[in-house]
Design a protein around this ligand. Structure first.
Ligand code: HEM
Length: 418
């Protein structure tokens, strides 16, 4: 069969090139792959969910109760053999995908792998991270229980807060002023079709660029085999390692999915007139935290009746400014040569300390999301955020500079495929 296909498709030419592609061996390089495994698992479990989910908020009779069809279909999925487990695996995989993509980004940032010639892949990566979060958010609204309706309302409000265009953008996504009968079908189409297709296209482009440009090499490669690409071939070594890692990934998420049922809709109940207290998932908690400590009645008037309010500052402006800084980052580096080797974080004290400060900022603003539970005042939280972020930067910088000193950065030579 292989020979038959080879005669028609010249598989061996492709195999010689692609299957011998060298992969550097370093555990941090598996973060991108884990992100991909999570995405594949999301697609496969998502297909199962689409067979049984009804994308509608109209009321139907289910087990003697009058319930929104979407809500009832989640109860139905949970009642199927392994239904609740597959739904949970879908939910936890979304968490893993976002966490792994974020850690993957941190490894690119802290090792300087975003520099020339990989600027394009850095930008595609940022788009992937943003789109993964948005896709998870649209998934959140689908069960149409009291929790998801309230959480979606918060997201709708943040979108609508953009001066001039916000209301229009939010209504476009949610089929009118959320929740309307059109909201669930529209968000469903985005969640199961358009966003996954876009993610697939972006991941495909990300991989093609990575193959074309080749990986950055771990720093030890410069000493062991200067000028060569050091690594294992795609087949068999890298392929087998990826296979084992994928199975391990499945084992872990099925264990978690089987042990902790995700988003127990029955506990939240169908949407009611009263709004339950909701806390967003951890990846939105920092935005939610910022919203908790900005005065809710803040309004800065703009021409033509528009205004900047607290939702815009916390939900759009702060994440937007961080996004713009990330987009500009690779272009701040004006070197002419191509980046061949991973840079040691200890040789780049400013960049490494900014990365730690960013993590401190995200953790302390997430803490603000627990304002009521911990009984903090706004002033206390602002102090924790500002002092925590600056202190993390300074401490990290001083430790790196005093312990490792300012070692020369060094330039690497041209590489040839080994
Ligand atoms: C859905 C999300 C993503 C997937 C599936 C993904 C997948 C991958 C994979 C498998 C690799 C090769 C292995 C590795 O270097 O880890 C890679 C490399 C890379 N990724 Fe991602 N990635 C994603 C998000 C991101 C993000 C958020 C960024 C940064 C903003 C990014 C920037 C890069 C860069 C610059 C490389 C080349 C690294 C090098 O050569 O050392 N990616 N990605």
């Amino acid at each position: 069969m292989y020979r038959w296909l080879d005669e028609r498709l010249s598989l061996s030419r492709f195999n010689k090139k692609f299957l011998r592609k060298a992969f550097p061996v370093h555990h941090s390089f598996f973060l991108g792959e884990i992100t991909m495994f999570a995405f594949i698992t999301l697609v496969l479990t998502g297909i199962f969910l689409t067979f049984n989910y009804e994308p509608s908020s109209r009321l139907i009779k289910y087990m003697g109760r009058e319930l929104p069809a979407a809500y009832a279909s989640i109860l139905y999925i949970d009642s199927l053999p392994f239904g609740a487990v597959l739904r949970s695996v879908h939910h936890w995989s979304a968490n893993v995908m976002i966490a792994a993509a974020f850690l993957h980004m941190l490894r690119i940032l802290i090792s300087g792998a975003y520099k020339k010639p990989r600027e394009l892949n850095w930008l595609l990566g940022l788009a992937l991270l943003g789109l993964s979060v948005v896709t998870a958010f649209t998934g959140y609204s689908l069960p149409f229980d009291a929790f998801s309706v309230t959480a979606t309302q918060i997201g709708y409000g943040i979108g609508a807060s953009m001066p001039y265009i916000g209301e229009w953008v939010s209504q476009l996504i949610f089929g009118g002023e959320y929740p309307t009968l059109h909201s669930i079908p529209r968000v469903y189409s985005l969640h199961v079709l358009w966003f996954p297709l876009l993610l697939m296209a972006l991941i495909g482009a990300h991989m093609l660029i990575m193959i074309k440009q080749k990986h950055t090499q771990p720093a030890y490669a410069e000493k062991v085999a200067p000028g060569k690409i050091l690594g294992v071939p795609m087949m068999p070594q890298q392929g087998y390692m990826m296979g084992v890692l994928f199975l391990l990934y499945l084992a872990v998420v099925f264990f978690i999915g089987g042990s902790y049922i995700a988003h127990p809709v029955e506990a939240f109940g169908p949407p009611t007139a009263s709004t339950p207290a909701v806390k967003p998932d951890w990846y939105f908690l920092w935005i939610y935290g910022i919203l908790q400590i900005i005065p809710g009645d803040l309004k800065i008037p703009l021409p033509f009746g528009a205004a900047i309010n607290s939702e815009f500052i916390g939900g759009v402006l702060v994440p937007g400014l961080l996004g713009i800084a990330a987009v500009l980052l690779p272009f701040l580096d004006t070197r002419k040569t191509k980046q061949r080797y991973l840079e040691l974080p200890t040789r780049h004290p400013v960049r490494t300390s900014v990365t730690f400060a960013l993590i401190a900022f995200l953790l302390t603003t997430s803490l603000a999301g627990w304002k009521q539970e911990f009984g903090f005042s706004n002033l206390q939280l602002w102090t924790i955020i500002i002092v925590g972020t600056l202190a993390t930067y300074l401490t990290s910088y001083l430790i790196i500079v005093s312990y490792w000193g300012k070692a020369p950065k060094g330039e690497a030579g041209e590489l040839e495929e080994a």
